[in-house]
Design a protein around this ligand. Structure first.
Ligand SMILES: O=C(O)CCC(=O)C(=O)O
Length: 277
């Protein structure tokens, strides 16, 4: 895979302890393979309460796509795969969820003491969708510096090889961001079958934790049921989006107040709005 034009002199930094949440083995797997699957993180009650609030937002978005965009906009296709972004701005429950102890601890372990929410989106893969979501790194969508941020792929339903769980190319995160090209299905960093790929099935309430630099895809959904995930991404405070236009480099800090808020400052939790510490 070819490197991204902005990826010069990247040096992967292994995360070292002491850890608040991860075991030494889990941290070693993250450093080596670029991902770790953590099962039974959230209970059914928590996930079901979120779904009650978030499913209507997804349905609204899919309906808008059908009504005004012939069912398709950018990489979303109403009856195959939808991306419902920034739900923290519309759902107090989702906002509070991003401040859960799990996220505070896992981001402390894998990013450091000062952390902001970077992005959140629901991704629903609809029954019978025959397409993969192609190999990509999350940092291939928008180039962020530092390149190492964190994706938590929260399973809102069981995800396996039949219905479109993530697959990763282990170890490939250590080279930094690769060049991506656009396809009808999304940005892609390789069209070749990698030497090794590993499936990351996960049960409802579990989380696939991976680096923004871990190349991953999700498979087709060959079942009659919707596969649902809530993707919650965190970046170290001070991260910026980088673009180059006509040879001029610009940086935009990831600090949108309504959706890129701090969750950890100096290792201490920042409570969600309306909750005092
Ligand atoms: O969950 C999916 O099916 C694909 C989503 C994904 O990989 C992403 O949004 O980066």
């Amino acid at each position: 895979m070819k490197k991204h034009e902005l990826n010069g002199g990247f040096d992967w930094q292994d995360r070292t302890g002491p850890f608040r949440l991860l075991s030494e083995d889990q941290a070693a797997q993250y450093n080596r393979d670029g991902f770790v699957v953590l099962e039974d993180v959230f209970d059914d009650e928590t996930i079901d309460a979120l779904l009650t609030e978030l499913d209507p937002l997804e349905e609204l978005g899919a309906e808008l796509l059908r009504k005004h965009f012939d069912g398709k906009a950018f990489i979303a296709r109403a009856d195959e795969i939808t991306f419902t972004v920034h739900v923290v701005t519309r759902s107090p429950l989702a906002n509070a969820f991003t401040h859960s102890k799990f996220f505070l601890d896992v981001t402390h372990d894998l990013l450091g003491p000062d952390v902001r929410l970077y992005w959140d989106q629901l991704v629903y893969k609809k029954p019978g969708n025959p397409e993969v979501f192609p190999w990509h790194q999350d940092n291939g969508y928008t180039f962020i510096e530092p390149q190492q941020y964190l994706t938590c792929w929260v399973a809102m339903s069981d995800a396996d090889e039949e219905n479109g769980c993530p697959w990763v190319i282990p170890g490939a995160h250590r080279e930094g961001t690769y060049a991506h090209h656009m396809t009808d299905l999304g940005w892609e960093c390789t069209t070749e079958e990698p030497k090794q790929r590993v499936a990351a099935p996960v049960r409802k309430g579990g989380v696939v934790v991976f680096s923004s630099l871990t190349p991953h895809l999700t498979g087709p959904n060959q079942t009659a049921h919707m596969r649902k995930t809530y993707i919650v991404q965190f970046a170290p405070d001070g991260a910026s989006g980088v673009t180059v236009q006509n040879g001029k480099r610009s940086e935009a800090p990831c600090r949108a107040p309504d959706r890129q808020y701090p969750i950890l400052v100096d290792g201490k939790p920042v409570p969600p709005p309306g909750v005092s510490d």
